[in-house]
Design a protein around this ligand. Structure first.
Ligand SMILES: Nc1ncnc2c1ncn2[C@@H]1O[C@H](COP(=O)(O)OP(=O)(O)OP(=O)(O)O)[C@@H](O)[C@H]1O
Ligand SMILES: [Mg+2]
Length: 260
């Protein structure tokens, strides 16, 4: 018998592999509809990246891919044009979108959403908040700075062992504070899931639903954001009152004078 044992895996395993491969392909087919492929190739032609390497994360609403540009990496976020994506968009942000853009259909809404994420990332850069730098967008595809290194994308804060929660709190206060006071934005979906941890520092991601601090919902959303994080810090053994956290980031003054 020729020694094929190393080459051919047991039958069940092969079936499992094949199923995974098909699942993966199905996901990719669903993602890369014709319009999305055209958008990707347009961004490639503009020189924003050379090729998509592999998915970093993929789900029902879209995915984030690592891309290469020469020897550098970039992150490419692709929103799926589907009603699942649409359903996720919070009502207050949808209203803003409708005001900003003359949006007539799902597609238009998702494109406006992508543009919104790009704009907000730009405002965060200008304010010096640690968030991915935006490089460009087209339709449902957004190109931004890749947070990570050659070994892999940065982990989410929730998956990182934290041994100095007090220092983490200080850093969160500094970043959220810059976001509120300088960028004049409230994230609205801040959590240890939407915060990466890279080179010993936090990086805020997933910002499309952020809203201006003078929006009537801003204070409520910021309260929710800091309460999420106070709970997370509490589990790490660092107790902080949400009200103190809110005041530390300049949120206690939101909502003043907006009723008039
Ligand atoms: N710029 C980036 N660099 C590296 N990894 C990133 C970047 N942006 C996003 N990711 C990874 O992709 C995941 C999903 O990104 P994001 O949170 O922006 O999208 P999402 O649509 O909210 O997806 P999910 O529902 O999984 O959070 C993140 O949790 C993170 O692991
Ligand atoms: Mg997210």
């Amino acid at each position: 018998m020729p020694r094929t044992v190393d080459l051919v895996s047991p039958r069940r395993e092969r079936f499992e592999d094949r199923r995974k491969e098909l699942d993966q392909r199905k996901l990719l087919d669903e993602f890369f509809d014709h319009g999305t492929l055209l958008a990707v190739s347009r961004l490639v032609n503009q020189g924003l990246f050379d090729l998509l390497d592999h998915p970093i994360s993929s789900g029902k609403e879209g995915g984030v891919f690592r891309a290469s540009k020469g020897s550098e990496f970039r992150a490419v976020k692709i929103y799926r044009i589907s009603n699942t994506t649409f359903r996720r968009l919070p009502a207050y942000a949808l209203e803003e979108l409708r005001r900003e853009a003359s949006v007539r259909n799902f597609g238009g809404l998702i494109f406006a959403w992508t543009r919104r994420e790009h704009t907000i990332l730009g405002r965060l850069q200008d304010a010096g908040v640690r968030a991915p730098r935006p490089f460009g967008h087209w339709r449902n595809v957004l190109v931004m700075e890749y947070i990570g290194n050659a070994e892999g994308a940065a982990p989410r804060l929730k998956d990182v062992p934290i041994d100095a929660p007090a220092a983490l709190y200080e850093e969160l206060v500094a970043e959220f504070g810059r976001m509120v006071r300088d960028a004049k934005l409230v994230h609205g979906d801040l959590s240890p899931y939407n915060t990466l941890y890279h080179d010993g520092h936090v990086v805020i991601i997933d910002v499309a639903q952020a809203i201006a601090t003078d929006h009537p919902e801003a204070r409520r959303l910021l309260e929710r954001d800091v309460t999420n994080f106070a709970r997370f810090l509490g589990r790490l053994g660092y107790e902080v009152e949400p009200a103190d956290f809110l005041a530390a980031v300049g949120g206690d003054r939101l909502g003043e004078g907006t009723e008039t």
